[in-house]
Design a protein around this ligand. Structure first.
Ligand SMILES: NC(=O)c1ccc[n+]([C@@H]2O[C@H](COP(=O)([O-])OP(=O)(O)OC[C@H]3O[C@@H](n4cnc5c(N)ncnc54)[C@H](O)[C@@H]3O)[C@@H](O)[C@H]2O)c1
Length: 273
């Protein structure tokens, strides 16, 4: 049996794809043979700009404003995808937020907002995709009917060094995403696979904001928090969205058709478990 590592012919939808990792995944899927990429984000202009880049990379694209905390937006995202291409093969539940706040200064509103976007948003986008995928035939005989990839983080694993005390809701949310991934994998097997990606230190706007807020809290120069964290990465450099894309392509491809319910670290060796 041969296993292909391409996204050939797949219709892919990605939440939070207006920038950062989501944008990187959209372009990687386009470059690796996806038929179409649905670029959704809270920021409609950013989604439209990435959709243009996807088309330039050779795939069809649709830009949509979708807030993952809205069940109606998630349902519309899937409906519009099916209207355009008749199916949805790969859903990447990528949208997420982080706020840095020392645990003892944390308020319920910040806690709730983080859990709402990262956990409820993943649940709603995953559920909308799963409903559509469960009723469609597989792309090829013997394959799953669809594949769902959630976005956790090494922050959802045990232990994370001193940063753990200032990102408690984020850590709780990503642990919940891993748990939700397992519940969905059991529920949807054998028709739809569900796996989580756990990136490490990805050089995006999210980490730029984390560095700004964390250095301010510690009273050290901007950029130092990022540098200290990167110094601990065994692979010796920060992660780029393309490093995450390699795993996403694998999880979308026939090579991973027998894998479900897993949370996979892709972090340059920061977390070895
Ligand atoms: N950057 C990292 O080091 C890192 C590491 C591990 C995991 N992650 C996870 O990867 C995902 C993407 O992170 P990133 O670094 O690209 O972040 P980012 O902040 O650069 O981009 C996030 C995107 O999500 C969108 N978004 C935010 N709330 C939304 C909502 N309610 N509905 C729809 N879209 C929404 C934003 O508009 C933005 O375009 C997140 O889930 C994040 O937790 C990031």
């Amino acid at each position: 049996m041969t296993h292909e590592l391409s996204a050939a012919g797949c219709v892919v939808a990605i939440t939070g794809a207006g920038r950062g990792i989501g944008r990187g995944l959209a372009l990687a899927f386009a470059r690796h043979g996806a038929r179409a990429v649905v670029v959704s984000d809270l920021d409609a202009d950013a989604a439209a700009a990435v959709a243009d880049e996807v088309r330039a990379a050779g795939a069809d694209a649709l830009a949509l404003r979708a807030d993952v905390t809205s069940a109606a937006d998630c349902a519309e995202l899937v409906d519009r995808t099916e209207q355009a291409w008749g199916r949805l093969d790969v859903m990447v539940c990528n949208a997420g937020i982080v706020t840095l706040r020392p645990l003892l200064d944390l308020d319920a509103e910040t806690w709730d907002r983080t859990l709402h976007v990262n956990v409820t948003g993943t649940f709603l986008s995953l559920q909308a995709a799963a409903r559509a995928m469960s009723g469609q035939p597989p792309l090829a005989a013997g394959r799953p009917r669809g594949k769902i990839i959630t976005m956790a983080s090494i922050a959802g694993r045990s232990g994370a060094g001193p940063i753990a005390s200032v990102i408690a809701p984020y850590r709780a949310s990503k642990a919940a995403v891993i748990s939700l991934t397992q519940s969905a994998a059991i529920t949807l097997a054998p028709h739809v696979t569900v796996n989580a990606m756990c990136p490490g230190l990805v050089e995006t706007d999210m980490w730029a904001r984390m560095d700004r807020d964390w250095t301010a809290l510690q009273g050290i120069d901007q950029g130092q928090a990022w540098k200290q964290r990167v110094a601990a990465v065994p692979m010796g450099r920060p992660q780029q969205p393309d490093d995450v894309a390699g795993l996403a392509l694998y999880l979308a491809s026939p090579a991973s058709d027998y894998m479900t319910g897993q949370a996979i670290n892709i972090d340059g060796g920061l977390m070895m478990s």
